[in-house]
Design a protein around this ligand. Structure first.
Ligand code: 5GP
Length: 139
């Protein structure tokens, strides 16, 4: 399967559609998921054109994983989380919906289940408030 430049995360990386960015460097981009499964749900993606874990180069994957770990640590602190769920899906049959590699970093709270998928955030300003909580720890 080939990488398709028209996927939504490629458009976010090119700045063609908005996102609530939390962090970026020359290899990685981190932003808030617009349909959070739990408050503080982040997405970590490579800037490299990789469809998923099956076609990304190892060096590029390492940079993404470093960022996933960093974001997991920061999310614990920023959102007073009790745990973190990391999810990553590959190809249609593997549950993938957006075909640009991404890792979900999902803060979890004691006794609270994840929201069902596909529920758009009700108030976009909440995403900014959450992103600010991470951004302040990066400074
Ligand atoms: P997956 O491919 O891992 O099944 O899911 C893709 C993820 O991308 C979902 O959690 C979905 O909420 C998120 N998503 C889809 N479209 C957008 C978008 O336009 N902006 C943001 N920030 N997240 C999106």
């Amino acid at each position: 399967m080939r990488y398709d430049d028209s996927n939504i995360f490629a458009k976010i990386l090119r700045g063609e559609i908005p996102s609530e960015k939390v962090f970026e460097d020359n290899q990685v981009f981190v932003f808030m998921d617009i349909m959070p499964r739990s408050p503080g749900h982040l997405l970590v993606i490579p800037k490299a054109k990789a469809r998923n874990i099956l076609d990304i180069r190892k060096e590029e994957l390492h940079a993404v994983i470093d960022s996933v770990k960093k974001m997991a640590e920061l999310a614990m602190q920023a959102f007073n989380a009790d745990g973190i769920t990391i999810q990553q899906f590959n190809e249609d049959s593997g549950g993938q919906e957006v075909f640009h590699l991404h890792f979900h970093v999902i803060p979890r709270y004691s006794g609270e289940r994840m929201q069902s998928p596909g529920q758009m955030v009700k108030d976009m300003s909440n995403l900014k408030i959450q992103a600010d909580k991470i951004r302040v720890l990066l400074n």
